[in-house]
Design a protein around this ligand. Structure first.
Ligand SMILES: Cc1cc2nc3c(=O)[nH]c(=O)nc-3n(C[C@H](O)[C@H](O)[C@H](O)COP(=O)(O)O)c2cc1C
Length: 186
């Protein structure tokens, strides 16, 4: 947790793809943060597939790191793709690992969700499934403004920069509201 003057957010992109639009959206969010807010990205690629037998031997190092980084952060920003109308397996796997006892780190944590997809609904279905997980885990997901980026292939340049101005404005508005949400829940 920060000293109260700065809001420190942990950002997770739910895609491992090098050219991921969601990782690119997270980078755009890092550019668009309001003053007094930081977003550090956490890479979920090293997290192994969930196995309860492994957990009983102790959390693998990347999971331990994820859990402690979530605990230390003032809030969590998840930028998720939509796979088959739902949460991508790699992201759900990371949430599942982090959620295991003791002291699961989502409890009471302010959470923002964004997403970018090639489809028309901009990850709406994946986002609502993710929200459902955080009901059980007692994460405090901000309701609005939502950021659902449809037809992502038209909104980023070849270097993965978010170029669509309206989308940049949506991301910036979400971040400003999320900062207020985090401070309200402190
Ligand atoms: C297994 C799989 C399932 C997908 N299902 C959906 C879907 O349900 N809805 C959608 O809008 N796009 C879907 N897509 C397309 C993704 O939106 C697109 O691949 C997007 O670029 C993934 O995010 P990323 O760029 O961050 O990797 C799917 C892609 C994959 C690989």
């Amino acid at each position: 947790m920060s000293d109260g003057s700065t809001v420190n957010i942990l950002g997770i992109a739910g895609s491992l793809r090098r050219g991921s639009f969601n990782a690119a959206t997270l980078r755009a969010a890092q550019d668009l943060v309001p003053s007094g807010m930081t977003i550090e990205a956490f890479d979920i690629a090293p997290i192994p597939a969930y196995n309860e037998d492994v957990r009983q031997q102790g959390f693998p190092a990347p999971v331990e790191e994820l859990r402690s980084r979530i605990k230390a952060a003032d809030g969590l920003l998840i930028v998720t793709p939509e796979y088959n109308y739902s949460i991508p397996g790699v992201l759900k796997n990371a949430v599942d690992w982090a959620s295991r006892p003791p002291e699961q780190p989502f409890d009471g944590k302010p959470i923002g969700i964004m997403g970018a997809s090639g489809g028309a609904l901009g990850t709406a279905r994946a986002q609502y499934h993710l929200r459902q997980c955080f009901i059980f885990l007692n994460g405090h997901v901000m309701n609005r403004p939502e950021v659902m980026i449809p037809q992502a292939q038209n909104k980023f340049d070849a270097d993965g920069k978010l170029t669509d101005q309206q989308t940049r404005d949506f991301v910036a508005a979400h971040l400003a509201a999320f900062k207020a949400w985090v401070l309200r829940l402190k």
